[in-house]
Design a protein around this ligand. Structure first.
Ligand code: GLN
Length: 304
């Protein structure tokens, strides 16, 4: 029977040869899952023997990783904003940089709920997560609001053109106990709700250029291209959403859109031409890279 340490050594060598940029981490996570323990236990018990079933499961996971499949899909799990989310190839794997969008949306909602407290009987504040995919943004947002006891004052409408992705989002909403604050809508972007516009629209839409996507043959090729391909300059889908904002965002509302680090100028131009008079601010992530466009209607007359 092989020990944890022996299996890890072999796996790290195979993964490094296959081109993984994090062979040790990959091996520790996958072996932990195969054995049914966490990564720290794997690291701490290098001399422990691994039973044949667990070793076989580990080898199967390793084969998939050697073929280039992302660890998150093999594990069926990815941590995002402090939550363990289910992921599989029906939806994009949530990225750490998208946590900023959740924090910004939480702040926009908290500001609105604090400055204009809602009296009993008022309908909840409407929030949209457009192109929700795994549901990462919506589920993390409601979970964050729940910690502040604000979740009962909002409803988050999670849309996706992919029914399969919406199924993943539903699984995550249910497993984190936030489905009661969410609605799921199979739709291309956002159907116009003229009667019920949103206070906050957030979206991590596809923004990778078709050319970059074709050139990148790494892990991205395992993810749905529907979630990544933003057309020739990456902004095709974002532009389509911009055109819908006048009928979907309240006059005191805001849209928060994730963009690529090299897309601030393109985004500012798109907003200026599609939404004349609207304000657009580009917000950086913790690494100082452009990450989110904050887009808001022109301030109503008579208000600062
Ligand atoms: N940040 C992702 C990547 O570069 C792209 C996500 C997206 O297109 N929305 O892998």
């Amino acid at each position: 029977m092989s020990t944890v340490g022996e299996l890890l050594r072999d796996a790290v060598a195979r993964l490094a040869a296959s081109g993984s940029s994090s062979p040790r981490l990959d091996a520790e996570l996958l072996l932990g899952d195969a054995v049914g323990v966490g990564r720290t236990a794997v690291i701490a018990h290098q001399d422990s023997p691994v039973g044949p079933d667990a070793a076989a499961a580990f080898q199967r996971a390793l084969e998939r990783r050697v073929a280039g499949e992302p660890v998150a899909y093999i594990r069926g799990l990815r941590e995002f904003h402090g939550l363990a989310l289910h992921v599989d190839d029906r939806a994009l794997i949530p990225r750490p940089e998208t946590e900023l969008l959740v924090d910004l949306a939480e702040r926009e909602i908290a500001t609105r709920l604090t400055t204009a407290p809602r009296s009993p009987g008022m309908p909840p504040l409407r929030v949209a997560d457009v192109g929700t995919g795994s549901g990462a943004i919506a589920v993390a947002l409601v979970s964050a609001l729940r910690r502040r006891r604000m979740d009962r004052e909002v409803v988050v409408v999670a849309t996706d053109v992919s029914e399969a992705a919406l199924d993943v989002a539903r699984v995550n909403a249910v497993s984190h106990g936030v489905a009661d604050r969410m609605q799921f809508l199979a739709a291309d972007l956002l159907p116009a709700h003229l009667d019920q516009p949103y206070s906050v629209v957030c979206a991590n839409l596809p923004y990778v250029t078709t050319g970059d996507l074709a050139a990148l043959d790494g892990e991205l090729r395992f993810e749905p291209s529907l979630a990544l391909d933003g057309g020739p300059d990456g902004l095709d889908v974002i532009r389509r959403l911009l055109a819908l904002l006048p009928t979907s965002v309240r006059p005191d509302g805001v849209a928060l859109l994730e963009i690529g680090a090299d897309q601030p100028d393109l985004t500012l131009q798109a907003v200026a031409s599609i939404l004349p008079g609207w304000r657009c601010e580009i917000l950086p992530d913790l690494a100082g890279r452009a990450r989110v466009a904050r887009i808001a209607p022109a301030a109503p007359a008579g208000r600062a």
